[in-house]
Design a protein around this ligand. Structure first.
Ligand SMILES: Nc1ncnc2c1ncn2[C@@H]1O[C@H](COP(=O)(O)OP(=O)(O)O)[C@@H](O)[C@H]1O
Ligand SMILES: [Mg+2]
Length: 276
């Protein structure tokens, strides 16, 4: 079943375990991501989201368990997995000295693709960067830079893309821009696994949400399924559906959320709420 023709899940994770010395980070993680869907891996800081993404993108070996991406086993066929994916991390891999267009052309050349200029122009148009294409990336806003970074990671049309906290550190406008980008990817049939510590991001973007807590997936479902875990809060005569935030807090029992301000420890004001 693990062939490129198999119509199975785009990502399949079974019993993945990973420790760093005495620290057991992943203790048997299991989930599937349907091809063409957006899957949000939600977890607090330090929950192990990046560790799992690094295992799935072949940068790190698991201690136990199996995983496949695009039908290829991450341990046995790492080269085929790498051909199938792109990975965008928290820190944009954009070269600031180059223009947006030059950044894209550079990557297309590195991948030995035909007509790098046309590929670059197409991506600039898709990411609403055509006008800014001939400006140095150093003049770009945070949102533009992250969009360019995601555009760069799409060169070669990988069917699966990992976005590790794609909006952490972005201002509210830039977050909205990145959200639009992710929606566009999903609409184009790309499978997206994104990690986030922002509940509203998962709520807005994801077809399915899995909560990674204490090394395992403690819940996995659609937003409606997760909300159905809690009974509607009864007001006097109005039924109020629980928010994802309430579901999350009930599940992880007392992870604190700075719901008053949505403020980050570094003082940056964020539109979304962050799990501390
Ligand atoms: N290379 C490493 N060596 C030792 N500890 C690590 C390493 N990578 C991650 N960790 C630890 O593993 C835990 C999970 O980290 P990480 O996967 O980065 O979490 P998240 O991305 O959810 O914030 C953290 O406690 C972190 O300090
Ligand atoms: Mg991380």
């Amino acid at each position: 079943m693990e062939t490129s023709q198999a119509p199975g899940p785009a990502i399949r994770v079974r019993g993945i375990e990973k420790s760093f010395k005495d620290l057991q980070v992943l203790r048997g993680v299991e989930f599937d991501v349907r091809s063409g869907s957006v899957f949000a891996l939600l977890g607090s800081n330090g929950a192990g989201k990046t560790t799992l993404v690094r295992i799935l993108s072949t940068l790190l070996k698991a201690d136990a368990g199996t995983a496949s991406v695009n039908g290829f086993d991450v341990a046995a066929q790492p080269g085929r997995v790498r051909e199938s994916i792109s990975l965008t991390g928290q820190f944009a891999a954009v070269d600031e000295v180059l223009t947006g267009r030059e950044n894209l052309v550079l990557i297309a050349r590195l991948r030995h693709l035909k007509d790098p200029g046309a590929i670059a122009d197409d991506l600039l148009a898709r990411f609403t960067l055509t006008e800014a294409g001939n400006r140095k990336a150093s003049t770009y806003s945070g949102g533009m830079r992250r969009r360019l970074d995601i555009a760069m990671s799409l060169i070669g049309n990988p069917p699966v893309i990992f976005l590790d906290e794609p909006t952490t550190g972005l201002d509210p406008q830039a977050r909205l821009e990145v959200w639009q980008t992710v929606r566009g990817l999903a609409a184009g049939g790309t499978t997206v696994l994104l990690t986030t510590q922002y509940l509203d991001e998962a709520e807005t973007l994801a077809d399915r949400i899995a909560i990674l807590h204490k090394g395992t997936i403690i819940q996995n479902g659609t937003l409606a399924e997760l909300k159905a875990l809690l009974p509607p809060a009864k007001l006097e005569y109005v039924e109020k559906q629980p928010s994802l935030e309430e579901v999350f807090l009930a599940l992880v029992e007392g992870g604190g959320i700075d719901s008053a301000t949505g403020g980050r420890a570094d003082g940056t004001v964020q539109a979304g709420k962050e799990i501390q």
